[in-house]
Design a protein around this ligand. Structure first.
Ligand code: ZN
Length: 171
């Protein structure tokens, strides 16, 4: 697998199941095909957790399994493998989703005027909310001042621009 693609797969895996998901993927890459118990043994992760991660990968169409019946015991064994054919598509869909979220955040930031007392951690209020509190901070009672969100707006705009470039979208 190409290095960049692999990096994105691992990043995605981390979002699904943290460090443990990364270990599961690495084990699968090494062994190509493995049962949940083999992966548990290879990684030292509990088999229940391995199974949960495998199903999460399967749900995201990043893993497939082959079911094999043991002739003697009649038990079924599941052999798992990574399926990365659809990875670029999946990553693109996720980035589109992130872009949508950022644009909504930007809209929220630019359509509202915010008020704040100046103490970090105290709530930022919209104009309507500030009115309700008679322009006093609900936590400390200090006067509320118009909050300069230009840094936040700039940051959001930059993130949006970067994502659009990655996605090949012209703004
Ligand atoms: Zn305050």
């Amino acid at each position: 697998m190409a290095r960049r693609k692999n990096k994105e797969l691992l990043k995605f895996a981390e979002e699904i199941g943290g460090e443990e998901a990364i270990e599961v993927i690495k084990a699968l890459e090494k062994k190509k095909e493995a049962t949940d118990e083999e992966i548990a043994e290879m990684t030292g992760i509990r088999v229940n957790t391995v199974r949960k991660i495998l199903y999460a990968l399967y749900d995201n169409q990043l893993a497939e399994f082959r079911r094999v019946r043991d002739k003697d015991t009649g038990w079924y064994y599941y052999y798992w493998r990574l399926e990365t054919k659809r990875l670029p598509e999946i990553i693109r869909a996720r980035k589109m989703q992130e872009l949508k979220r950022l644009k909504e955040m930007l809209e929220e930031e630019t359509k509202e005027v915010y008020y704040h007392c100046g103490t970090p951690g105290h709530p930022r209020l919209t104009f309507d909310e500030a009115m309700e509190y008679e322009f006093r901070c609900p936590l400390c009672g200090e006067m509320l001042m118009q909050y300069d969100n230009s840094e936040i707006v700039k940051e959001l705009q930059e993130k949006i621009k970067k994502l659009e470039k990655e996605l090949g979208i012209k703004a």
